[in-house]
Every structure is written in C-alpha cells, then in structure tokens.
Design a protein around this ligand. Structure first.
Ligand SMILES: Nc1ncnc2c1ncn2[C@@H]1O[C@H](COP(=O)(O)OP(=O)(O)OP(=O)(O)O)[C@@H](O)[C@H]1O
Ligand SMILES: [Mg+2]
Length: 308
C-alpha cells in the first residue's frame, strides 16, 4: 500500500503494515488499539490507495426561495485525507452537507461517491453507499442508552430476516452478540465505553458529541462528515476531539470536517475548502489558506477566537 497520509513522510519508504495493510507505526503513534478497530469494523477494507478522489462535488447549487445558499460549488475529497470545510456563519457549510447526504435535494449539480451519483437517493441509501454524518445540532435517541444508539447504526447492516429474528435462529443470536460487541468496541474507540448503559440524554454534552461519531462509524462509512463536532467545547476538549479525528483517519477513514474555529482546523486538516456567501473562495493546503487575502477578508469581523 502506498501511504501518503502523513504529510512529510518519505514517499519511497515502504512502512511496516499489519495483516490489514495498516501502517503499524502510524497506528501506534495514534495510540490505536488495533483489536478495537478490527472488532468495530471487521469487514472494512483499510488497505486502500490514498490520494484518488473518493467524493466529487460537482457544481452543487442549493436555493432557498430567493437565497442562493450554495452557489455552483465544486470540490473533491481524496481518499484518506481530512478535508476541512470552513467559512463564516451562514456561508453554506451545513447546506453543503445536507445536499451531499440527501437531507436537501440540490437545485442543480451532483455529488459522486466513488463515481456513483447520489442524485435522487434517500438519506438512508446515501448512508449505505458509505457517506455518514453527524449533525451541528446533536440528534441522538435520548431515551436509548449510548450502546443502543450505536447498535441502531449497526442494525442497518444486519442480514437476518424478520422471521429469523422472531424465531431467534442461530444466525440472529450470533449477529446480535456481534452487534453488541461491535457497539461496545465503537464506544471504546470514541472513549465513552464506561457510559454504555447511560441514557444518551443523561450523557454530558461532550460525550453526546462522541456518541454521535460512534453512531456514524457504526454504519461502516467510507467518508465521515462531521458538522462542527467541537462546537461548544473548551480548548482542551477541542484538542482531545481533534486527536480522536486524527485517530479515525489513521484508522483508514476519509473525513470531511466542518469547523468554525480556524486555529483548530489548521492543526488537523490536510486541505481546506473555504465558503463565503455560498461560493467557494479557496481550496488549498492550510498554510496557503492562512495567508490567502480573500480568506482573511472573509473572516474579518468574525470573533477574534475564530481567527487563526
Ligand atoms: N432550510 C433552510 N431554509 C431557508 N434558508 C436556509 C435553510 N438552511 C439554511 N438556510 C440559509 O442558507 C444560508 C447558509 O446556511 P448554512 O446553515 O448552510 O450556513 P453554515 O455555513 O453552516 O453556517 P454556521 O456556521 O452558522 O453553521 C444561510 O443564509 C441560512 O440562513
Ligand atoms: Mg452550519
């Protein structure tokens, strides 16, 4: 496997890889327990080429009445990268996610996932195609436990028929066990396994954010889209969450990250797309974005905390 995920790594060096084709050093550096990753998604292909486009957003336009919330936006997401999607309030970031994940029907344009159009597909179908997301405003099943919230995501992958489930045929029993085991592994992965039995509405806010990520991962996505996952966090909590996102990427996922805090997004992304008033105004690596006069101008007038 070629591994260009770590910026600055020597491209001609072939790193030691595990049976799954994962760079062991990278996993160790990220503090990943491979057993957890394997248990969470045993069928996932991790040994993938990094670098080719996994998502192509093509001329995406979303109108709300007279408002052009997204105006002819195109960008690519490359496999294995963390792509940042930033911009001032109301720039169209969430609208872009909503159009990509089937919440809104785009006015025009298209989104391709591994070459397949998501046009006209329902949300659950797009999730099955491999595009999972979290929401800016947390959406969990408040009356379910943390574990149940994750198992619901895993359920989408169950192959057992309803009669099979009712009769408790052996395969169902096996899958149920493995769903719980995998759910627990995912909770462990995001660091909240100790709270598996807690109703999600009773979880501290930061844990709810992590649970949303676990639930999205439960659908076994190729691309994980996170809409301001660190919103409302203090700086230490934000740094911890960014570490989790790095870990998720090191574990073979592609990540699209909406984040309002420029400083934060600079530290974790490989590349950044900037929106302003529904238009793409920049698409470059972080240090170029930092020095881009259009981006600086777009962020003028934003609260100081949000400017790098
Ligand atoms: N369902 C909707 N109906 C009408 N207008 C909408 C709708 N959703 C978003 N908008 C408008 O579209 C524009 C883009 O909103 P969006 O939520 O995508 O911005 P954002 O970049 O995610 O902002 P924020 O940083 O505040 O989350 C805004 O002007 C918003 O008011
Ligand atoms: Mg938003």
């Amino acid at each position: 496997m070629t591994d260009q995920r770590t910026p600055g790594s020597a491209p001609d060096e072939v790193p030691a890889t595990t049976e799954l084709g994962v760079n062991e050093e990278e996993l160790e550096a990220a503090g990943i327990d491979l057993a957890v990753a394997e248990a969470a998604a045993p069928d996932r292909e991790i040994a993938v080429e990094v670098g080719e486009n996994i998502v192509e957003v093509r001329n995406l336009t979303v109108k709300f009445g007279g408002l052009l919330a997204l105006d002819d936006v195109s960008f690519d997401i490359r496999r294995g990268e963390i792509l940042g999607l930033i911009g001032p309030n109301g720039a169209g970031k969430t609208t872009c996610f909503n159009a990509m994940t089937g919440v809104y029907k785009p006015t025009s344009g298209d989104v391709l996932l591994e070459g397949a159009s998501i046009k006209g597909q329902k949300q659950h179908r797009i999730t099955r195609m491999g595009l999972a997301r979290t929401f800016q405003n947390i959406r969990l099943f408040g009356e379910m436990t943390a574990l149940e919230n994750v198992v619901v995501g895993l359920d989408a992958r169950h192959r057992t028929s309803v009669p099979g489930a009712l009769l408790r045929l052996p395969r169902h029993t096996r899958e149920e066990k493995s769903a719980i085991e995998r759910g627990m592994a995912l909770l462990e992965f995001v660091g909240i396994a100790d709270h598996a039995g807690t109703l999600s509405r009773h979880l501290p806010y930061g844990y709810q954010r992590r649970l949303e990520i676990a639930r999205a991962l439960a659908t076994d996505p190729k691309v994980l889209c996170l809409d301001e996952p660190a919103a409302g966090f203090n700086p230490a909590e934000k740094e911890e969450l960014m570490e989790l996102i790095r870990t998720i990427r090191a574990d073979g996922y592609t990540v699209l990250l909406i984040e309002h805090d420029m400083k934060l997004v600079m530290g974790v992304t490989d590349r950044i797309v900037v929106l302003e008033f529904g238009r793409k105004i920049a698409d470059a690596v972080p240090h170029e974005i930092r020095n881009d006069p259009r981006v600086i101008a777009a962020y003028l007038g934003e609260p100081e905390d949000d400017v790098a």
